[in-house]
Design a protein around this ligand. Structure first.
Ligand code: URA
Length: 212
């Protein structure tokens, strides 16, 4: 597993405003969108390209375009949806799939409650988007789900990760397969309720409001 912490003054500035509990939902959504675009730039560094012959107004030349099969962007519902537009703005030719995952409170296992993905992801580069890598359990389940469908490599883009969650993903995935994680920050710890500290609270609630 490769970890990239995108340490950049613009990212740090936007993340600080995002963390502030007084930042209203509309600003929060806008900042998530902007942060994802900055992180996506880093996360797509190894996207596969192919050479294409074109004609400029001046001369024929050979350039590079994103190769087929197209990459697929997979937001994890619901908070991952808040990152979708920022991601597809940078990668407009990507296909979009969805994964809904939640923890079964009895078995404590992650179960998939919604899925809209191609049945075969052979040779596809997948970008999982989920703002908070907290315990790591959802991300491990999402990565395994995509690899089981044949994905060739998976990059997760998260805003904030916990050290505990990263260690869990490392333990579960290791170097078996090509998995990268791109984050804006790794925070101090998880608290007893599995919130990231200092974090930014519940990302889904801050994006879309509480459902209670
Ligand atoms: N999910 C969130 O939205 N926030 C956390 O801090 C942890 C998990």
């Amino acid at each position: 597993m490769r970890l990239h912490i995108a340490d950049h003054p613009l990212i740090n500035h936007k993340l600080t405003v995002l963390r502030d509990r007084d930042t209203p939902s509309a600003t929060f959504r806008q900042l998530v969108d902007e942060l994802v675009t900055l992180l996506a730039y880093e996360a797509t560094r190894h996207v596969t390209t192919t050479e294409v012959a074109i004609n400029t107004p001046v001369a024929p030349t050979v350039g590079k375009k994103i190769a087929e099969p197209r990459p697929i962007v997979v937001p994890v519902l619901r908070a991952g949806l808040g990152m979708l537009e920022g991601m597809t703005r940078l990668l407009p030719t990507a296909e979009v799939g969805f994964l809904g995952m939640k923890r079964d409170e009895e078995t404590l296992l992650i179960e998939t409650y919604a899925n809209r993905l191609p049945e075969d992801l052979s040779g596809r580069q997948c970008f999982v988007i989920d703002p908070m890598l907290a315990t790591g359990h959802t991300l491990i389940a999402a990565i395994n789900y995509l690899l089981d469908l044949g994905a060739s490599d998976v990059t997760a883009i998260c805003l904030i990760a916990s050290p505990e969650g990263l260690a869990e993903v490392e333990k579960a995935i290791g170097d078996r397969v090509d998995v990268s994680i791109v984050v804006a920050a790794v925070d101090e710890k998880l608290n007893e309720k599995a919130y990231i500290v200092p974090g930014l609270g519940d990302a889904g609630d801050r994006l879309y409001g509480s459902v209670d």
